[in-house]
Design a protein around this ligand. Structure first.
Ligand code: ATP
Ligand code: MG
Length: 751
């Protein structure tokens, strides 16, 4: 190969280089954490483009998060020294939204269909269960939502399910009724839920071979990161995309994309497929991820090349040894031989707090110490099993003015006023989405009560028109002048906003901020909040202002993108995910979100029974093993420093409960951990007796002498009890918290 491809191989080990250079139909890279799988994918893409074996537009790369996608794009462009326009690097969901937006009209949906996130789905299900009066059968919104999700991930639609459901099981029939109604309502609102995004593309491809052919022909190379976490629907999607285009279809179709070679028999060969994964990091079985997708790869793609990578380039030996020790407790896995050349490194630091606040304070102190020692905030991350754990952390971080951001936290977009504003935008984009419309019908209050709403709905149904059309014809309903005026005014505002959003082909789309601004002004939404004497409304007004700022930023960064693009981004990109990305902030996220990332210093919090492993996993087959993999994922994110912390008592759901150290702690050889404060040494400062935790074999409380000296001096200032009693930390008024984004901005200002 020429020198230009040599520098793509420089700095890769021979196995990595082999994976980059392999040119055949299918390639599977199975390897442990930090062995360079993602790096190989990136170099492979650059190599394919540079050698002109593929145009950028012929590449489809699937990553697990939007952040990972952005990073991969950046890396490829760096390697190529040029922008790689037209390359699709995205998550499964984003790629499918792109396909659906292009093709939706073929099967009767508007291009501007709404995307329902899981909260929207649950809200709809709640309503359906109530309407059908089925809650007495034990059907819950959460339960039905998760069951429907599982079915969709298996590509089982309502009709398929109806065929298999037992006819004389009333609960089963009730669920079927809910499922059917749910699907109908989604279709009526021109909406897809998250699982539909993938499944509908598969159905579309299967129903319209000529549509599938467009994409089969377009993508010459498909590369999937984190393949161990694909579910059946995602597997099927990849399967469809890598199929050859049959000669009849080639002959009949007209293609808009770059040409592909046509084989002698008139077909177009299937796309080359590269998948990388690590079965030890499979953490989405609960969402239908199927590890067989990886284990059966060679059967599905005969002649596939398999590459194994064994050197870890990320972590020091102590961290890697801990990870290896933990994961070796999982049965039915292939033993791996992961090693690192980065040296022993520092010991893992363990800490047990009296409460979640103690734990948080310890973390804040360590972060400040590290920062003083030259570790940037952006090189540190704090992981937790459940979102509820962020509260104690955020509180201390704000107090200590540690800049942070919560990744994947959807809090901001869950706030009522933000949901209202988004509902307005959805109503403008998708006139069929009755739910969004009904949400804002009387928000702000304009005298359209439940009675009026019901009358409008009945009228719409009777006339077989949309709810929005019913509003336009409010004059026919015999309302008094005030109500009629309210409805018509709102209808007029929405119509005007819709006309703002509609732009002719080739014209620059209207900025989302202009549309939102118009709505908020005309409806009086913002003025009413601002004029209110309720201090909560002041915070709400600030949040709405924040959203306006987000829309302005969006239009600035994406001048070609309009309202629908913005809404797509809101539903797919977890809030604040990519905001202020480059500034120096500590990242807070769940262990699930941490996948694929790496940080110089990592804190894993709440390493307790019931949290990690989570108690929900106890009843699930394979649950504890999956939790162990999750812990393994967390440990292997750390490059130099790893902190494992827990608390003796934890406030959850408004109750204080006593916590026990996680069984996983015992699986780490004690000599790898230095305890700053061990579970056995926690001293009571509030009159509660510490629990005897010494019973466990060789465990962190086992009294085997593995503690650091400091652990015997709980009053030492470096142990992290600066403020004295944890009672000094006041409980926040939970309803009154501003968004985390604002909070750290305030903290930053204060600094
Ligand atoms: P995970 O399983 O956690 O997703 P991974 O296998 O994808 O990990 P990467 O993230 O690609 O691993 O690589 C881990 C780290 O090691 C990165 O910082 C990467 O740049 C570095 N790395 C990978 N290969 C090499 C190499 N040959 N030489 C030096 N550094 C490398
Ligand atoms: Mg990776």
């Amino acid at each position: 190969s020429d020198s230009s491809s040599d520098d793509l191989l420089a700095g890769l080990n021979p196995e990595q280089a082999r994976a980059v250079e392999y040119r055949g139909p299918a390639l599977l890279i199975v390897a442990g954490a930090g062995s360079g799988k993602t790096r190989v994918l990136t170099h492979r893409i650059a190599s394919l483009i540079r050698s002109r074996e593929a145009w950028p537009s012929q590449i489809l790369a699937i990553t697990f998060t939007n952040k990972a996608a952005a990073e991969m794009r950046e890396r490829v462009e760096q390697l190529l020294g040029q922008a790689a326009e037209g390359m699709w690097i995205s998550t499964f969901h984003s790629a499918c939204v792109r396909i659906l937006r292009r093709e939706a009209e073929r099967f009767g949906y508007v291009k501007s269909f709404t995307i329902y996130d899981s909260a929207d789905s649950r809200a709809l299900l709640k309503r359906i269960i109530k309407d059908l009066d089925l809650d007495h059968l034990g059907l819950t919104p959460a339960g039905t939502a998760s069951r429907i999700s599982k079915l969709k991930n298996e590509l089982t639609d309502v009709d398929a399910f109806a065929r298999s459901a037992s006819a004389n099981d009333p609960r089963e029939q009730a669920f079927l009724e809910v499922f059917r109604r749910y699907s109908k309502e989604l279709a009526r609102a021109h909406a897809f839920d998250f699982d539909d995004l993938i499944g509908q593309v598969v159905f579309l491809f299967r129903a319209f071979p000529e549509v599938a052919a467009l994409y089969q022909r377009r993508f010459r190379h498909i590369l999937v990161d984190e393949y161990q976490d694909t579910n059946h629907a995602q597997y099927a999607l990849i399967r469809e995309l890598t199929r050859p285009v049959e000669p009849e279809v080639v002959a009949a179709a007209t293609f808009e994309y770059a040409p592909r070679e046509v084989a002698e028999d008139g077909s177009i060969p299937g796309a080359g497929l590269t998948v990388v994964g690590d079965s030890d990091q499979s953490i989405y079985a609960f969402r239908g991820a199927d590890i067989r997708n990886i284990t059966e790869f060679e059967r599905d793609y005969p002649g596939a090349e398999v590459v194994m990578l064994e050197q870890n380039y990320r972590s020091t030996q102590n961290i890697l040894s801990a990870a290896n020790a933990v994961i070796s407790n999982n049965f039915d896995r292939k033993a791996k031989n992961l090693w690192t050349g980065l040296g022993e490194g520092e010991k893992i630091v363990g800490f047990t707090g009296y409460s979640g606040h103690d734990e948080a304070r310890f973390i804040a102190d360590e972060i400040e110490d590290l920062h003083r020692d030259g570790v940037g905030y952006k090189d540190m991350a704090v992981f937790y099993r459940t979102n509820a754990q962020t509260r104690a952390l955020e509180e201390i971080f704000i107090r200590e003015a540690i800049p942070y951001r919560v990744l994947g936290g959807t809090k901001f977009y869950e706030r009522a006023e933000i949901k209202d504003a988004i509902a307005y935008l959805i109503t403008v984009a998708n006139p069929f989405d009755e739910y969004a419309l009904r949400r804002i019908l009387n928000s702000p209050k304009r005298g359209i009560g439940p009675m009026t709403e019901a009358q409008l709905a009945a009228f719409a149904e009777g006339q077989e028109i949309s709810f929005r059309d019913a509003m336009r014809r409010a004059a026919e309903l015999g309302y008094g002048p005030k109500v009629r005026g309210s409805i018509l005014t709102l209808s007029g505002i929405l119509d005007h906003a819709t006309s703002m959003a509609l732009t002719a082909e080739g014209q620059k789309p209207t900025a989302v901020s202009d549309i939102l601004n118009y709505i908020l002004t005309e409806t009086g939404y913002l003025d009413i909040l601002r004029a209110s004497k309720d201090p909560q409304d002041e915070a709400r007004a600030e949040n709405v202002d924040e959203l306006l700022a987000v829309t302005r930023e969006f239009s600035r960064n994406n001048p070609e993108s309009g309202l629908v693009d913005f809404l797509t981004e809101v539903s797919l990109v977890a809030a604040a995910d990519d905001l202020d990305d480059t500034s120096g902030t500590v990242s807070l996220m769940t262990l699930h979100t941490a996948k694929g990332l790496e940080y110089r210093a990592v804190f894993i919090t709440g390493v307790e029974e019931g949290l990690l492993p989570h108690q929900m996993s106890a009843d699930e087959a394979g649950g504890p093993s999956e939790e162990r993999r999750l812990f393994y994922v967390g440990i292997t994110r750390a490059r130099e420093k790893l902190f494992l912390s827990l608390a003796m008592t934890r406030a959850q759901y408004g109750e204080i409960s006593v916590a026990l150290p996680s069984r996983f702690l015992q699986e780490i050889p004690p000599e790898l951990i230095s305890w700053k404060q061990s579970p056995g040494m926690v001293t009571s400062r509030e009159g509660t007796q510490p629990r005897a935790l010494n019973a466990q074999r060789g465990g962190p409380g086992g009294g085997h002498g593995g503690y650091s000296r400091r652990s015997n001096e709980p009053s030492s200032s470096s142990v992290g009890f600066r403020g004295g009693s944890s009672a000094a930390v006041s409980e926040p008024a939970s309803g009154n918290m501003t968004s985390s984004l604002q909070k750290w901005r305030e903290a930053k200002r204060a600094k």
